[in-house]
Design a protein around this ligand. Structure first.
Ligand code: SF4
Length: 588
């Protein structure tokens, strides 16, 4: 219940597809979203080549997706990332997830490689593989609009790639509903490697609840508590962009490729400036009254955005001080299909390489700090792997390997994943969290307020990261948006009424921990070692700007001690390996 109970396995090499019953024990032990996706990836593809036909793309909903629970737009994609080589989950809102459930499936598991470009059309339990040769080479906006036009149906929704995904750019995203993305980890390249241009979902399969009356009652209490929360009301006004001002005040706003923690021109890219200059209107994903999303209209551009991390990297990270320029770069990325976070960090890395004179030939680009036109041209070249764009198309790790000359010290990634919107020079806790997470995603946890609090001590970091990561695993499995302020205690009764499960906070946390162990084992099997659990060298050489490390340089020994403490709390050995008995305890 709250599930459809059905799933589809599609092989693009043969054109075969099978509809199966979703396995009940998998739903109960892994819930959905990240959890179910990780369980499936582990079972079916323990060691795939990320761009090989055997690497599955798993579009996977959670029990809450498409229901009456607030933010039930949220849905998940799981695969092995070509950017990091890690197990990978990517989340998005919009309307695609709910329509996937309405099409009759809890998840769609896609493997193989089509000989020619194709798209999938999935409606009310039926699956068709269609020719997409006329769409190949087109941007995400055109592809989305054209497929919706061709399939007028009930309420068709499209997930598709742009040229970056087709060109196997390892920071390519999948665009959803035009404005939303499965953004991180190069998932667009996985789709491109299968010659799969798009997935269209439609249908009107109704959602059934285990105990509808109880669910409705509990859900209305939950909705009330969400919508009267002050933080939610503030988020509706400012969007994720509230963080530009707050990060400036807390002093962790990534600026000048993480060299600084504050940006002198931050006002010009703030939420308030965007509302004024970009004509923002509050909009929301499917069934969301939080409405954190902002629809911008400027010149010929109509786009939901920019979000905080897009602005922190395409804006302050490159010292670009115009909201309109950030919006324009955002638009280029969304249409060509590049992740704005990795793209922004990579552009700021390129600007630092330019400043240091590490390459001779820049195709005539003058990538000085603040040059918006140069940045936009670099983004286009990256999507098409043209000229200098080919150097940077696969993110900072691969670019620094090509450029050499010590550039890896300021290539801001952890195990290939560009770091997210908090400068560790201003918040060490986030540096630890992203170093030990299954990958350094912006959606793992957000512990900035905790560290800025008066009572926070350095020894609080490892246990805070343990609880934080496991809790986020659960939220990303049910799935609820990061911006729902409710704790697991409030969510569990609603989950049980919807599904018929008998979960408790403890049983859910056990699932969260299981996922952490599973992901660790998967990543170790696929090439990660404990020496990869580390921040880039820059953060051990430069003086911290804020937090309790203000004015001091982070000592690597001390940092490694925190990592070891984290391993110990997990029951892992000194090299971060989960022992057999620990895995057994979690059914692995
Ligand atoms: S809070 Fe924002 S991102 Fe989350 S579902 Fe609502 S509109 Fe979408």
């Amino acid at each position: 219940m709250a599930y459809t109970g059905k799933c589809a396995f599609i092989d693009l090499s043969t054109g075969d597809h099978k509809v199966r019953e979703a396995e009940k024990h998998m739903l109960e032990n892994y819930l959905g979203g990240k959890g179910l996706g990780f369980g499936l990836l582990e079972n079916y593809a323990p060691n795939p080549d990320p761009l090989g036909p055997e690497n599955p793309l798993i579009f996977v909903n959670g029990p809450f997706t498409g229901t009456k629970v607030q933010t039930s737009a949220r849905t998940c994609l799981v695969t092995r990332s070509p950017l990091t080589g890690s197990i990978h989950d990517s989340h998005c809102g919009g309307h695609f997830g709910p329509r996937l459930k309405a099409s009759g499936f809890d998840f769609v598991f896609i493997t193989g490689k089509s000989a020619e470009p194709v798209y999938l059309y999935i409606k009310n339990g039926n699956i068709a593989i269609r020719d997409a040769s006329g769409l190949w080479g087109k941007g995400i906006f055109h592809t989305n609009d054209e497929l919706k036009r061709q399939h007028p149906g009930i309420d068709p929704r499209v997930a598709c790639i742009g040229p970056a995904g087709e060109n196997l750019v390892r920071i390519a995203c999948i665009g959803v509903d035009r404005d939303r993305q499965y953004g991180r980890g190069g998932v667009g390249a996985v789709m491109g490697s299968k010659n799969l241009k798009a997935v269209v979902v439609d249908g009107d399969t109704a959602i059934k609840y285990h105990d509808e009356e109880l669910f409705t009652d509990l859900n209305s209490q939950l909705t009330k508590s969400i919508l009267t929360n002050e933080g939610v009301i503030y988020r509706r006004q400012k969007g994720t962009m509230k963080w530009i001002r707050q990060a400036q005040e807390y002093e962790f706003l990534p600026t000048r490729n993480f060299q600084k923690c504050q940006f002198d021109d931050f006002e010009q890219i703030s939420s308030e400036t965007c509302r004024e200059e970009l004509g923002w209107k509050d909009v929301g994903c499917y069934n969301c009254a939080i409405r954190c999303s902002k629809l911008a209209k400027w010149n010929d551009i109509e786009l939901e955005g920019p979000e905080y991390e897009t602005t922190a990297f395409l804006g302050s990270g490159c010292e670009i001080s115009s909201a309109k320029d950030v919006l324009t770069a955002n638009y280029i990325c969304d249409d060509l299909g590049i992740d704005t976070i990795s793209a922004g960090v990579t552009c700021s890395f390129a600007m630092e390489c330019y400043e240091k004179g590490l390459m001779k030939d820049w195709d005539g680009l003058e990538l000085v700090w603040g040059n918006a036109e140069g940045q936009q041209e670099l983004l286009r070249k990256m999507a098409f792997r043209q000229g200098v764009g080919a150097v940077f198309a696969d993110g900072t790790r691969i670019a620094s390997q090509k450029i050499g000359q010590g550039s890896d010290e300021f290539a801001i990634n952890i195990f290939g994943m560009e770091m997210s919107g908090v400068n560790p020079l201003g918040c060490l806790t986030m540096g630890v969290a992203l170093s030990v997470a299954d990958f350094a995603s912006h959606t793992r946890l957000w512990l900035t307020e905790a560290e800025m609090g008066p009572d926070f001590k350095i020894e609080d970091i490892p246990p805070s990261v343990v609880v934080g990561l496991d809790t986020v695993n659960i939220r990303n499995s049910m799935i609820v948006c990061d911006f729902v302020p409710s704790g697991l205690e409030e969510l569990v009764p609603v989950l049980n009424a919807a599904t018929g499960f008998d979960h408790t906070v403890d049983s859910l946390l056990k699932i969260g921990t299981r996922l952490t162990h599973l992901a660790r084992r998967y990543n170790l099997r696929n090439g990660r070692t404990h020496s990869d659990d580390i921040m880039p060298e820059r953060f051990f050489k430069e003086t911290s700007c804020s937090g309790f490390m203000r004015g001091r340089v982070v000592d690597k020994k001390m940092f490694n001690g925190l990592i070891k403490e984290y391993y110990a709390l997990r029951g892992w050995d000194e090299q971060g390996r989960p022992p057999v008995d620990v895995l057994k305890n979690y059914g692995l």
